[in-house]
Design a protein around this ligand. Structure first.
Ligand code: ADP
Length: 330
């Protein structure tokens, strides 16, 4: 195991009776990476995270975290990871500081370093001034920040964040992301995260998309976006038909008129636009370039948008007949 690898997974499998929750996945996460793990509901994300965190035992295959085997060296793995899961496990009756001290005891953080470390993590998430307040008085965002501080208290090498900002308002989500990115700078830590928010997945250095227990895509956000399609360039002109003809003549490309704009697909929109202005030979009044988004990536690989996947699963749970009809019709 080299220093540079934080998580190594080979042929990892988990079956529950006839259900193959995870079907032999492979992945390597480099030390210091933010690694995003995406997939529709029921894809196998939680099962994978739970195996990596040693909470459940793999049926087959191997995984190591921070250099330790998740089956044979469970305690070593546990000492070296931090967990921030969806369900809060903070004690609302206790102060922020007391919650952290309890955690420090569980993890055996040495007393001589604890006070400094406590201050460091609470300052990092902007809660040092509120350390003596009961957690029950905290907002959702403050609680989540406190959980992140707690997950870091014992200086883990790898931090697992399962939907770290679910249910929070956009402003709080963005401030939590500021902390996560600062953290990466300050702590030299590896972050393995799941999220349903595609804008958040953009913060990842690399993303794996899992579907039906199999990894179906794994790359940087920009490479994934490039793999699903070209950029879309739209221009406003004085005469769209002539502009379409000019695009065909000068560039040999097929443009069409979409919502009053001449629209065409190109490999690299930003590089193409200056050429378009220089060579089209017709006036251009406005221009816009749209890149494929991670939503497009998700749709392309899984056949559903991540929000639809989420809504479908939620409504299936609630037995909503309207949603069942919509799904049946798709
Ligand atoms: P995700 O986190 O991506 O939503 P999960 O890992 O929770 O997906 O689930 C993957 C599959 O494994 C699903 O089909 C789920 O129903 C099944 N599964 C998960 N945990 C169990 C369990 N304890 N017993 C039986 N089936 C399970």
């Amino acid at each position: 195991m080299t220093e540079a690898v934080a998580i190594e997974v080979e042929g990892l499998v988990k079956t529950y009776g006839a259900v193959e929750a995870v079907r032999g996945i492979d992945l390597t996460v480099a030390s210091g990476e933010i690694f995003g793990f995406l997939g529709p509901n029921g894809a196998g994300k939680s099962t994978t995270i739970n195996m990596l965190c040693t909470l459940i035992r793999p049926t087959a295959g191997q995984a190591s975290v921070a250099g330790y085997d998740v089956v044979r060296q469970r305690d070593d793995v546990r000492r070296n990871i931090g967990l921030v899961f969806q369900d809060t496990t903070l004690d609302g009756y206790l102060t922020a500081e007391r919650n952290l001290r309890l955690h420090a005891e569980l993890y055996g953080v040495p007393r001589d370093v604890l006070d400094d470390r406590l201050r460091q993590v609470l300052e990092m998430v902007g809660l040092w001034d509120r350390r003596r307040s009961k957690v029950s008085t905290f907002s959702g965002g403050m609680k989540r920040r406190l959980e992140i501080a707690r997950g870091l208290l014992h200086s883990p090498r790898v931090l697992f964040l399962d939907e770290p900002t679910v249910g929070l308002d956009p402003q709080t989500r963005s401030s939590i992301w500021t902390y996560i990115q600062e953290l990466k700078q300050a702590e030299d830590i590896t972050i393995f995260l799941t999220t349903h928010y595609m804008d958040e997945a953009e913060y990842s250095d690399r993303i794996a998309i899992i579907d039906r227990g199999t990894i179906i895509a794994l790359d940087t956000p920009s490479a994934l976006k490039a793999s699903v399609g070209k950029d879309r360039v739209s221009i406003g002109t004085d005469d769209n038909e002539r502009a379409v003809a000019a695009v065909a003549e000068r560039f040999g490309l097929t443009a069409s008129v979409v919502e009053g704009q001449v629209t065409l697909a190109v490999e690299n929109g930003e590089q193409f636009v200056p050429r378009l202005f220089a060579e089209l030979g017709r006036p251009i009044f406005s221009v816009s370039v749209a890149r494929p988004s991670l939503d497009d990536v998700f749709l392309s690989f899984t056949g559903t948008t991540i929000r639809e996947a989420e809504a479908t699963a939620t409504d299936r749970l609630r037995g909503n007949p309207m949603m069942a009809r919509i799904r049946g019709g798709r």
